[in-house]
Design a protein around this ligand. Sequence first.
Ligand SMILES: [Zn+2]
Length: 113
Amino acid sequence: MRTCPICEKGNFIKVEDIILEIEGYIFILRGERCTHCKEEYPYEEETSRAVTTARKLGVWPEPLKLHRRLSKSSGGLILRMPSDIEKQLNLSENTPIEITKIGNKIIIEPVVA
Ligand SMILES: [Zn+2]
């Protein structure tokens, strides 16, 4: 078993119920999930299969919608940024962000310097 690089506490277990939503289409992917922080890592081939299917359906995988659970720390609730969004938007730990609440939705935007 591999130890989770995010929380360094949990181990990865194989799961078959990672939910990926592309433009309203739901894809269930196989992959691994951390037993501690619940971070999900769909297998590469599973993600590309979903993307290929989405393109056949005429939808482009933007916006990317991933399901995450908030975790608790002493200071409050923590949202882990999915690593693909982190890479796509070139985010780092010092990136200033703006949080906008619209109804029951939350928009998180990196502030461009
Ligand atoms: Zn973890």
